[in-house]
Design a protein around this ligand. Sequence first.
Ligand code: ZN
Length: 383
Amino acid sequence: MRVSRRHLLQITGVGIVVAGVFPRMAFAARNAIKSMRTGVQPGGKTRFVVETANRPSYTLVYGENTLTVKLSNTPADNSVSAKLASGTLVRNISQTQIGDSVNIVLDLKKPVAEIPKNQIMILEPNGDNDYRLVLDFVAGTTKANSTTTTAAATKTPEKKHIVVIDAGHGGKDPGCIGKGGTKEKDVVLSVARKLRNSLKDAGFTVYMTRSDDNYLKLNERAEIAEKRHADLFLSIHANANPSRSVKGFSIYTLSEKASDEEAQKLADAENAADKIDVSGFESFSKDIRIALSSLQQHAVAEMSEEYANGCARAFNRAGIEQQAGPAVRHAPLAVLRSTVPGALIECGHLSNKAEEKLLKSSSHQDKLVAAIVKSIKNYDFEA
Ligand SMILES: [Zn+2]
C-alpha cells in the first residue's frame, strides 16, 4: 500500500487511525487530484484541465467515444467532481482506480483527433493553482486504442524536488546579535540566498519564506512550506549563548519534548519571535493541527531525523565546528510544525567572537551552503 503524506492527511482527517507504523516506502510522494474542469477555447477547441498536487505523469488513451487520461501513482478521488462547461465535446467525466493509477475517462459526444504535443501542457503551480495538465482538443478521427504516453522519462521532466528555505527572523525581529553587532537576521538571509542559488543550480525547485528583510510569523513560514508542497523545509538560524566560549553548529528537528535543557532554551528563544506579534499554535489551519497529532507526523519526524543526521554528517565532513554534545537535537519549535519534513539549522554562535567573524564572512557562508547542498543531494526524497 502506498500512501502519501498528503493522502494520510485526508485519512486521518476523517478519523481513521491506522495503528502501527507504515514502512517508510508508504510515504513515497503520491500524486492527488485537486480539481477537474472543461472549457471552450477559441477555435471551438475543448479544454480539459486536471489539477494535481505534484507534477503529473500521464498516458492518453483514445477510445471510440472516450478519451482516457491515465495518471500514474495517483488514487481516484471521487470527492473531486469535474466542473463541466457547456458547448464542449465532453459529456461526462468519471474516475476509475486501476492499480496504482487513476483512469480519468472523458465520455465524449464525438471522437477526438489525436492531440498534438503543443496542445498538451503541464503548468507549474502558481499562486492559486497546483500543477495542471491541460489538454486542448477537437473532434476528429483517431485509431481507437492508440495511446500517447508521457512517461516521466519522455515528455515530463523528472520530478523536481521542492525545497523551502526559511531565513530566520527578519524585519523588526533581529534574532540574536553578536558582540560585534552582527544580527542573526542578516547572516541567515545571506546564507539562505546563497543556498537558494546553489540549490537552483543543482536542479531543485526552491522557494524562500522571505528573500528580504521582512518579518513573518512562525506559522506563516510553516504554511508556506505546506502551500508549496515542499519536500523539505529548512529554517536557517544562528545561535547565541550566555557563555561566550560556546560555539559550533547544531541541528534541530521537531519534537513535543525537548531532548535536553539546552534544546528547550533554544526552542523558547526561537519561538519567542512570535511574541513580538503573538500568534499561538491555534492559528495553524485545522488540517495541519490534525496532522500534527497523527500517524503522519510520525513519518514526517522520521524523515526529518534522517535529513538532520545527514546534514550533521555533511557539516562534520566539511570541518564545520560542532557544538559540544549531540549534533542533532529535538525541540518543540513552532516553525517546524507542519507536514513537511525539515530541520532548523543553527549554523554557529554569534555570541562567540571568532564564530561571529566566521558567520559574517562570505567564504564561511559558502562552506555552510556547500555542506547543506550536499546533505540535500544525499537525502532520500523518495523513501
Ligand atoms: Zn534564530
